[in-house]
Design a protein around this ligand. Structure first.
Ligand code: NAP
Ligand code: MG
Length: 503
């Protein structure tokens, strides 16, 4: 277990944290209308990193007005698609130039290992903006041959236009703060929308750092507005009548509320919610690869991934062997501050999340599940951080809370299965349908399971593989609408059909 003192952040980050944090509204850095602020904590030791404005309904109103004005009257809509793409590309360049700064901020604020923030969060962010920079010039409608049976002899030209939604509200969670903002911003900007974005209260810093780059990239004022705050600010955004579309990533519980809020003006909604994704290991899998893979599937990002492989289903003939390997891997994970170079797993994002995960672990024990992992009592020095030891549960039953509910921590429930049909049924035995992974060397099994699972993403012999071009989103109560790829264009555009009668 790592207990070394964490290295100091870059001086640019120290300066940023020492300077007053501001909202971004209409191109200006401003305080919240109330002047209130709240603390942002480093979850590795619960010290205060800085304070940020507590944006509320009045601030959401200002931000939405600014976005509406930018959409209606500003230069944004007059830019060519090529110019729009160039601005997004420039933004990607500016982020890339500050890669280390973004990585350190993400680690300080969220707790994740700096090695991960450097390798995954920031490069994926840059790549996503570049992907949608290129997409800006490739959005188009179609021409359609129509017959119109009640107008014999008449001639028509029918074509479609793909138009932006207008003002888009985006509400994001704390597990990948910069990347989740990026998944929503890149496509919204490529399609010509104006945005009001609310980061999670636990992790507003990387998005506030990003807020400082839009003007430098050349975006007109009001195209992107950032309001930090709590759930009430998210609610005000999702309810706002001048918002045409809301995109939400977070809990399934709040996802249900977002739909209710949207009813007032029937705004469009896309939701990326929770999951209880199965990792399914067949007897013919390469067990070294599979053990590493399924351990990574749950323990990556401290288990705080909506697509975490939190249910491990293993063929009965290799069950003992595989669970032994996964438990050993879990026990060898180095836990510590994300800023320490040898840390594999950082703290949970907050005390609240740590307590939530520990409550699930206690409930699993009370309901009769057993653990094969050591449970690693954490050292005294680590008590100031929000740490949870990786945990593998066995002897689980479908009605246990740890089996049915999303834990969002480094906790996996393992069970043996007998055959292909029963494991597909088990895999689907959840209200969620976000992702799954299948581990086998048999192409037939891989295809059959991929087809049989009700999940938005199925990985074969891998897990947690993402790319800007690959669509991601949920079946069932994991939400609807796809982020990334060309599929995300559906969330941010509407189709206008134009019919011209040729005389
Ligand atoms: P959450 O409450 O759903 O929060 C997600 C975002 O929605 C945050 O920006 C949050 O603001 C905002 N929000 C909260 N209440 C709202 C409301 N009534 N109306 C509009 N916006 C609202 O998720 P959480 O509390 O961070 O985490 C709870 C659980 O959500 C996790 O344990 C996990 O199960 C799930 N989760 C899923 C994902 C995912 O990627 N699918 C990510 C994170 C969490 P505040 O930050 O101010 O609350
Ligand atoms: Mg924090």
């Amino acid at each position: 277990m790592t207990t070394a003192t964490a290295p100091q952040p870059l001086s640019a980050i120290k300066d940023f944290l020492a300077s007053p944090q501001k909202l971004l509204i209409d191109g200006k850095r401003v305080d919240s209308a109330s002047g209130d602020t709240f603390e942002v904590l480093d979850p590795s030791n619960n010290t205060v990193l800085t304070r940020v404005p507590k944006g509320e309904k009045a601030d959401i109103d200002r931000a939405v007005k600014s976005a509406r004005n930018a959409f209606k009257n500003g230069p944004w809509r007059k830019l060519t698609v090529s110019e729009r793409g160039k601005l997004i590309w420039k933004l990607a360049d500016l982020i890339e130039q500050r890669s280390e700064e973004f990585a350190q901020l993400e680690t300080l604020d969220n707790g994740k290992p700096l090695t991960i923030a450097r390798a995954a969060d920031v490069p994926l962010t840059v790549d996503n903006f570049r992907y949608y920079a290129g997409m800006a010039t490739k959005i188009h409608g179609e021409t359609i041959d129509i017959s119109v049976p009640y107008a014999p002899g008449a001639e028509f030209l029918d074509f479609t236009l793909r138009e932006p939604m207008g003002v888009v509200g985006q509400i994001i969670p704390w597990n990948f703060p910069l990347l989740m903002a990026t998944w929503k911003l890149g496509v919204a900007l490529a399609t010509g929308n104006c945005v009001v974005l609310k980061p999670a209260e636990q992790t507003p810093l990387s998005v506030l750092y990003l807020a400082g780059l839009f003007a430098e990239a050349g975006f007109p004022d009001g195209v992107v507005n950032i309001v930090t705050g709590f759930g009430d600010a998210g609610e005000a955004l999702a309810r706002h009548e001048e918002v045409d579309k809301v995109a939400f990533t977070g809990s399934t519980e709040v996802g249900h509320e977002i739909i209710k809020y949207s009813a007032a003006n029937l705004k469009r909604v896309s939701l990326e919610l929770g999951g209880k994704s199965p990792s399914i290991v067949f007897a013919d899998a390469d067990l070294d690869v599979a053990a590493q893979g399924v351990a990574g599937a749950i323990f990556f990002n401290q288990g705080q991934c909506c697509c975490a492989g939190s249910r491990l289903l293993v063929h009965e003939s290799i069950y003992e062997d595989l669970i032994g390997r996964v438990s050993a891997l879990a026990d060898n994970i180095k836990i510590g501050p994300g800023m320490c170079p040898d840390t594999d797993m950082g703290p949970m994002v907050s005390r609240e999340q740590q307590e939530r995960v520990l409550t699930y672990i206690r409930s699993g024990e009370q309901q009769g599940a057993t653990t094969r992992t050591s449970g690693k009592p954490l050292s005294r020095e680590m008590e100031s951080g929000c740490y949870v030891a990786p945990t593998v549960f066995e002897n689980v039953k479908p009605d246990m809370k740890i089996v049915a509910e999303e834990i969002f921590g480094p906790v996996v429930v393992a069970a043996p299965f007998e055959d292909l049909d029963s494991v597909i049924a088990r895999g689907n035995d959840t209200i969620y349908g976000l992702a799954a992974s299948v581990w086998t060397q048999d192409i037939n099994k891989a295809h059959k399971v991929a087809k049989g699972l009700k999940a938005g993403t199925v990985w074969v012999n891998c897990h947690n593989i993402f790319d800007a071009a690959a669509p991601f989103g949920g079946y069932k109560q994991s939400g609807f609408g796809r982020e990334m790829g060309i599929h995300a264009l559906e969330n941010y555009t509407q189709v206008k059909n134009v019919i011209i009668q040729l005389h």
